[in-house]
Design a protein around this ligand. Structure first.
Ligand code: NAG
Ligand code: NAG
Ligand code: NAG
Ligand code: NAG
Ligand code: NAG
Length: 422
């Protein structure tokens, strides 16, 4: 009986010591220290709480992913806690990774790392970068693998719809999902303040209307700085002189009488003003973005860039030159020059001419031409000369120069005909 009792005791002791062996889990408490857990059901944990990482033994059921991770082997929680996300998760590259899930590395020698993939995406996790891999960055403190990677990844506002007019840096200013070392652009496109879309030119999403191959003129691209695609749908860019009459509007405008322009859409970069010549000497001035028909030479409209830039006396302009005095005149390689105020009214108003008389090309304002020239330039006899309507319209090119001999022979006749242009 003694022996039997003894053997039960021994068996019990063995059982207890076994049980103790299993229960005596050792967990890291951080900084190279560790503790033996007192509770038989305890597990090791690593917990991150607003960036503060703690370690130890726990039986708390509230310790759960994503912020509290558990493991069950001695000092398994001594390994680093790292941010983890993969290349299929676009936020892995678009954000700092701070909101990605956490993982305990499988081995204490593993570091936290961030690695650029060949397709421009990013992975984060427990990884030790090769010594000379410039597309990989590893570090040896808990959750240190955060940050936009690579650091020069272009940041663009990325949003669409109603909220896209009130830009919020914390949720909309993101890295481009596809990294491009150079040439990365942000875009802005939209039809109203409540229907805007912003993003990266390299976005692969099907709803990217402004990819590199897009020719849509409503795509506004920029790459000068992070978040450059921040223009509201429309904004006031400046002011211009505004008038429309046959009296004072033609004259130099007086400072301080300029008026603010209507808000210009996001595709317009700088304020633009115009001066337009209308029939019967009427001159109109205003903001180009308020002119429905547009402004160009063919409607005798002259636009300028800047605030109140349309102050100057309104003038009609033509190419004015002679090829015997200035050879580039032949091919219209000359700038426009002012015609006199008389060119704003009358039958020859806002007309230019160009013609060739005995090898000499002459260009000018029709109101200044002699009666003979006017006759030759009129539609009735279009052989030598043509007249045209519109600012700087007399820009047709004439072919090879006549010989000097021809010119000399005709010089006298020429002087008689075109006296006003000598
Ligand atoms: C992380 O998530 C929180 C809560 O979901 C959010 O408020 C915050 O903007 C996110 N931060 C980043 C950088 O995405
Ligand atoms: C550096 O990278 C090259 C190829 O990318 C590789 O052949 C080489 O072994 C690497 N050197 C080190 C020290 O890792
Ligand atoms: C948002 O980010 C841009 C670009 O970095 C910066 O210029 C701007 O000041 C930020 N705006 C706010 C309100 O922080
Ligand atoms: C100027 O006034 C005339 C006559 O009222 C009008 O036909 C024309 O459209 C006006 N032009 C501009 C640019 O305002
Ligand atoms: C100039 O304006 C007219 C009238 O608005 C327009 O029909 C024409 O296409 C414009 N031409 C150019 C070159 O922009």
């Amino acid at each position: 009986m003694q022996t039997h009792k003894l053997s039960i005791l021994i068996a019990a002791l063995i059982a207890i010591s076994h049980y103790k062996d299993v229960a005596a889990l050792t967990c890291s408490t951080g900084s190279g220290t560790s503790q033996a857990c007192t509770d038989a059901l305890a597990e090791c944990f690593v917990k991150t709480d607003n960036g503060v990482v703690t370690r130890g033994c726990t039986t708390d059921p509230a310790c759960a992913a994503p912020n509290c991770l558990k493991c069950k082997t001695d000092n398994c929680n001594a390994a680093l806690m790292c941010k983890q996300c993969d290349a299929t998760q676009s936020d892995c590259g678009r954000t700092t990774g701070a909101n990605s899930s956490n993982v305990i590395c499988g081995s204490p020698t593993q570091q936290c790392g961030t690695q650029l993939q060949s397709n421009g995406a990013v992975v984060r996790g427990c990884l030790n970068c090769a010594a000379n891999d410039s597309n990989c960055k590893s570090c040896a403190t808990d959750n240190c693998n955060v940050g936009i990677f690579p650091e020069n990844r272009q940041l663009c506002y990325q949003c669409s719809g109603e909220s896209c007019s009130n830009l919020d840096n914390s949720t909309m200013l993101l890295g481009c999902a596809i990294y491009q070392a150079t040439g990365q652009k942000c875009y802005t496109i939209g039809t109203s303040a409540t229907n805007m879309q912003r993003g990266c030119q390299s976005d692969t999403a099907a709803d990217n209307k402004c990819s590199a191959t897009s020719t849509d003129p409503s795509c506004l691209f920029c790459d000068n700085e992070n978040g450059c695609n921040n223009r509201p749908y429309s904004r006031v860019l400046g002011s211009c002189y505004k008038c429309n009459d046959s009296d004072k509007c033609q004259l130099q405008q007086e400072a301080s009488t300029a008026t603010e322009c209507a808000a210009a859409v996001y595709t317009q970069n700088v304020n633009s003003c115009y001066t337009q010549l209308l029939a019967n000497g009427v001159v109109a001035r205003g903001c180009t973005n308020e002119l429905a028909a547009g402004c160009n030479a063919s409607n005798n409209c002259d636009a300028c860039e800047g605030n109140n830039c349309n102050a100057a006396v309104a003038v009609f302009k033509c190419l004015i030159c002679r090829s015997d005095y200035y050879a580039p005149c032949r091919e219209a390689e000359v700038g426009q020059e002012n015609c006199p105020a008389s060119s704003l009214t009358g039958p020859d108003a806002m007309k230019c001419f160009s013609g060739e008389w005995d090898g000499v090309v002459i260009r000018g304002c029709l109101s200044e031409a002699s009666d003979v020239m006017k006759y030759q330039c009129s539609k009735d006899s279009p052989s030598r000369c043509t007249e045209c309507s519109g600012m700087g319209c007399n820009d047709i090119s004439y072919n090879v120069a006549a010989t000097l001999q021809q010119m000399a022979l005709s010089l006298f006749a020429l002087i008689c005909i075109v006296h006003k242009y000598i």
